[in-house]
Design a protein around this ligand. Sequence first.
Ligand SMILES: [Zn+2]
Length: 123
Amino acid sequence: MVHLAATATLTAATPGNHPPVVDGLYALLGQLLGQALPWLLLALLVWVPVYLLGCWLWPFGNCRGCGGTGKRKAPGLFGKAFRTCPRCDGSGLQLRAGRYLINRLLANYRAARRHDDRRERQL
Ligand SMILES: [Zn+2]
């Protein structure tokens, strides 16, 4: 149990405790988090389905390496020479992270279904 003596000193009476400033910061942080956490959770609950729906409808985004052009400036002193982007093989497209996650989950689900179907046939 933490025991604070009623003194005029700024440090707590028990050795190893935080100074009052740190305790105040912890209290402030807890208060802010307590007020913001429900809103953050609500925003997350809205944002995640909207993002996944967007990933379902538009699975590809612009490649981050070339900005969607499919071309990158050739290295060295070749002036305005371009080469195809190695990241997207010149397509300019990149699978979104959410769509990658959806594809992995669907593949996992289908593999599990196949496994279950095979087991039912054997029984
Ligand atoms: Zn690219």
